[in-house]
Design a protein around this ligand. Structure first.
Ligand code: CTP
Length: 427
């Protein structure tokens, strides 16, 4: 296993050695666990270090934080700590076992052995550990044949109640299956279907489902996973009226294609929240009222809900205007500038038409980042008293700039002088 660690970038190896040394000083055993180990074996880049400690994880993290002046956040109640170290986040947890007093609820956790800690996990491929304490540095611990399942490309639960205890694992199984091109092993598939038939996705706390949906939508291409989810579980756990048919998948595929084009075409613009765009496409067929109900149920953050609902509220009138060949650039700006890039992007995909696309492209290309050079100070120097008149003038200058009738500060000032003359707005 050592050779896997040797393949890691130098900085990550350095961090692991530092943790290893600190573990020796603290006389505890430390293990890399979970997705990091899975991806290390698969040769997939993943630098989210997840550590389980047979002993006091918080003390170990504190020791490292002191030594390397790293930022530390401690959750005493859970026996966990997160270090931010060389721009990387590293999670430390005291090895623990879980007991589910009721299915689909959060488990009660208590300190335990590494084996118990691994046994509480979702799938065998996520239940391996690599010891990094001194004498056994690099040793793979694989109680549940995770390596064999990785080799055979299998997603396998560790026990029959796994999906009942934690139904979010239904979404996780599909996500990992599609991400790595694996198969859900036959018994696991039967258990997954049993859990779906028991409507387990409808009894979990919605925020936990939301977090898993977001993770699924953040996958490089979430469309195959959505397709699989739709065929294995349906989407009524999101909303009873939500169904994905041919048109819905076609919209999702168009989103997927155009997201790749967007980052190529507009490298200067802020990155899109792509999961939110996929979510808008997902609820495209739902009414506004039902979409609002979904947002309430999943308790999206304010900014997220705002964008999803803004998309649902896009009016036919706006689309008609964007389809007008003669619309001025300032008109395009006025229609779109109050919308988020995610909503504008969805408008382009959903209501695609040559003129609309060209107008939206122009918005992304130039209009959305157009700024004027004139400031309040300039207006003051021209003899204008500060007041609501300033905004009117700025708007006219911006419109002129958007419409290419002024290009630089000199031309902006010339336009302002004309406006002052016309309206007599001097001191
Ligand atoms: N885990 C689990 N059951 C869950 C969520 C997580 O057993 N419902 C365990 C798994 O062992 C997982 C680890 O916690 O590997 C860390 O979870 P997380 O960070 O969500 O996932 P990763 O496996 O790291 O996957 P990803 O690559 O998507 O981050």
């Amino acid at each position: 296993m050592k050779h896997y660690l040797n393949k890691l970038p130098q900085d990550i190896r350095g961090i692991i050695h530092n943790i290893s040394q600190a573990a020796v000083e603290e006389r505890v055993s430390a293990y890399l666990v979970g997705g990091f180990v899975r991806d290390l074996i698969l040769g997939e880049p993943n630098f989210d270090l997840d550590l389980t400690v047979d002993g006091d994880a918080i003390k170990l993290a504190q020791n490292l934080a002191r030594k390397f002046q790293a930022r530390i956040v401690i959750h005493k109640r859970f026996g966990t700590a997160t270090l931010t170290f060389c721009h990387k986040k590293i999670d430390f947890a005291t090895s623990r076992k879980e007991c589910y007093p009721e299915s689909a609820c959060l488990p009660v956790v208590s300190p335990s052995s590494l084996k118990d800690d691994l046994a509480r996990r979702d799938f065998s491929i996520n239940a391996m550990a690599i010891e990094i304490s001194n004498k056994n540095f690099g040793r793979l611990i694989d109680h549940f044949n995770g390596k064999e399942d990785l080799d055979n490309k299998k997603i396998r639960v560790l026990h029959n109640l796994s999906f009942i205890d934690d139904p979010t694992r239904i979404l996780r199984a599909i996500r990992f299956e599609q991400r790595y091109g694996f198969n859900i092993e036959a018994n696991t598939m039967a258990l997954l279907k049993d859990a779906v038939n028991l409507s387990m996705l409808e009894v979990v706390e919605p925020q936990r489902i939301r977090d898993e949906i977001i993770l699924l939508l953040k996958e490089k291409d979430p469309v195959p996973a959505l397709k699989r989810l739709n065929s294995l579980a349906g989407l009524k756990f999101i909303h009873p009226c939500l169904k994905l048919k041919r048109a819905g998948f076609s919209l999702l595929r168009n989103v997927s294609r155009q997201i790749a084009e967007f980052s190529r075409n507009y490298p200067g613009l802020r990155r899109l929240d792509t999961w939110l765009i996929y979510f808008c496409a997902l609820v495209d067929g739902l009414s506004l009222k039902n979409s609002e109900a979904v947002c309430r149920k999943f308790v999206f953050r304010k900014g997220e809900e705002k964008r999803i609902i803004a998309y649902k509220k896009i009016k036919r009138g706006l689309i008609r205007k964007l389809c007008d060949k003669k619309i001025k650039f300032s008109g395009i700006y006025e229609l779109l500038e109050a919308q988020s890039y995610e909503v504008v992007f969805m408008v382009r995909v959903r209501f695609a038409n040559n003129v609309l696309n060209a107008n939206v492209d122009h918005f992304f290309n130039r209009l959305s980042t157009t700024r004027i050079h004139t400031s309040g100070n300039d207006l003051h120097q021209l003899g204008l008293e500060p007041g609501p008149g300033y905004q009117k003038i700025f708007k006219q200058v911006l419109d002129a700039k958007l419409n290419n009738t002024v290009k630089n500060k000199q031309e902006e000032l010339a336009l302002i002088k004309q406006l002052i003359k016309k309206h007599g707005e001097t001191k």
